[in-house]
Design a protein around this ligand. Sequence first.
Ligand code: PGA
Length: 264
Amino acid sequence: MMRRKLILGNWKMYKTSSQARSDFLRLGELTKQFSSTIDIGVAAASTHLAPMAECAPAHLGLLAQNCHWEKEGAFTGEVSSEMLRDLSVQGSLVAHSERRQFFGESNLSAGKRVRALLDAGLDAVYCVGETLSQREAGELKKVLTKQLLEAFDAAGNGFSSLLIGSDPTRPRFSIAYEPVWAIGTGKAANAIEAQEAHAFVREVLTERFGAQAASRLRILYGGSVKPANIAEFLKCPDVDGALVGGASLKPEEFAELCSKVTKF
Ligand code: PGA
């Protein structure tokens, strides 16, 4: 099954909202020509979402970096799926490793966030990945299994029926495999390591949701992806795109990276 490639930029806590707006527009101009072959989006800080949504180029997805599981309530500092939907934001990252590391994100809270997004008809990109010490202790598969299954359990009954949504070529749910030791370090995983982890994630998805759903869901690689190394990841059969931090910040560099993806 051919999966449409998905490239997401993660702008983290960078840019002012006016910079984010103008960079988004510029990225739109530079990538328009790729829009028939690949899906491209950007996950931006909450303050940037409204101004970016107002000018969003039609072919670019706009995502948040986090989303609470309740529709509203006394949850200071959080935003809800309703608030995102109201701005025409397409979805959100969930449980990025920086959320896990610095803000106490757990597999349980992540699963609830994913569920709220899918229930609202939005996209959820669930981030998983091992630390260096876990990898060195041979715990890669154990860590990934726990991150995936605990979140799926927390997402509750009927979760599997929400994974794909109305367009099977653009499933609502995606996984980003991001080895923590490769994020922002300049030390990307190699293609063999990435493929091994991605194939394992797909195995877990197959066991849980069946072969058909698992063959449609997109698994992105993240961690020091740049124009110079994106091709080696995309050669891997189970790598369906990338979540890109540093190399997504400059529209020219990110567009160059996207142009390489159209070759696959
Ligand atoms: P990086 O970040 O590309 O700068 O390593 C990736 C991410 O955090 O999603």
